[in-house]
Design a protein. Structure first.
Length: 210
């Protein structure tokens, strides 16, 4: 009798490999966990987007550093001293034309958007001063490899004025909260789908094995 039980247990083990099953189950559980995490991030993102909408209706205020994300898209004023030479990146004017956006970093630690030009050879001159505009974040200049290995510094606050600050430039397009991505639900569905697909494929493999 004991010998027969031993053969039965060995047969079940051959049909359902323990190690492979454990790996698949743990992987599926991790995928489900990532999906739940994305749903939590979605709730936080919706609260943040609601704060952006409220900020757009608030009165203009003086810029206060540091700037948490909850203060973005508000109207602020500041004085920029000792700006750096302008750097160039892709941009779009308030009229919708694409071009080159010129940014300077102030001694105070924030960035100012001087405006957009169609001529990449233009070198705008701006020595600093009083600015008013909409608060957002400066573009992320880190490369893909740097982001891949975790080298992602905190983005500096940036003011985008409603008018260009240097001759030859057009005003940059105003930051819009609607441009902030809200794709956490799609990511969550993907992770849940990956988990379900992994279990279905493994169940099919076990069926073929039997």
């Amino acid at each position: 009798m004991a010998q027969r039980r031993g053969r039965g247990a060995a047969e079940v083990t051959r049909r359902v490999p323990v190690l492979a099953t454990l790996v698949v189950v743990l992987a599926a559980a991790a995928m489900v966990g990532l999906g739940l995490w994305q749903l939590q991030r979605r709730e936080a993102k919706h609260a943040l987007l609601a704060s952006f909408a409220r900020n757009a209706a608030l009165p203009e205020r003086a810029l206060a550093l540091p700037t948490p994300d909850e203060t973005l898209f508000s109207r602020v004023t500041a004085t920029c001293t000792a700006p750096t030479p302008p750097t160039r990146s892709a941009g779009r004017s308030s009229g919708g034309a694409s071009g080159y956006r010129f940014l300077v970093t102030c001694r105070e630690g924030f960035v100012v958007d001087l405006g957009v030009a169609s001529d990449p050879r233009l070198t705008p001159v701006w020595t600093g001063g009083f600015v008013r505009g909409i608060l957002t974040r400066a573009p992320d200049a880190t490369s893909f490899l740097e982001r891949l290995f975790g080298a992602r510094p905190e983005l500096k606050p940036m003011i985008v004025p409603a008018t260009a600050l240097a001759p030859g430039l057009s005003a940059s397009r105003a930051p819009d909260p609607a441009s902030v991505p809200d794709n956490h639900l799609a990511y969550a569905v993907q992770w849940f789908a990956f988990a379900g697909l992994a279990l279905v494929i493994y169940a099919f493999a076990l069926h073929r094995r039997r």
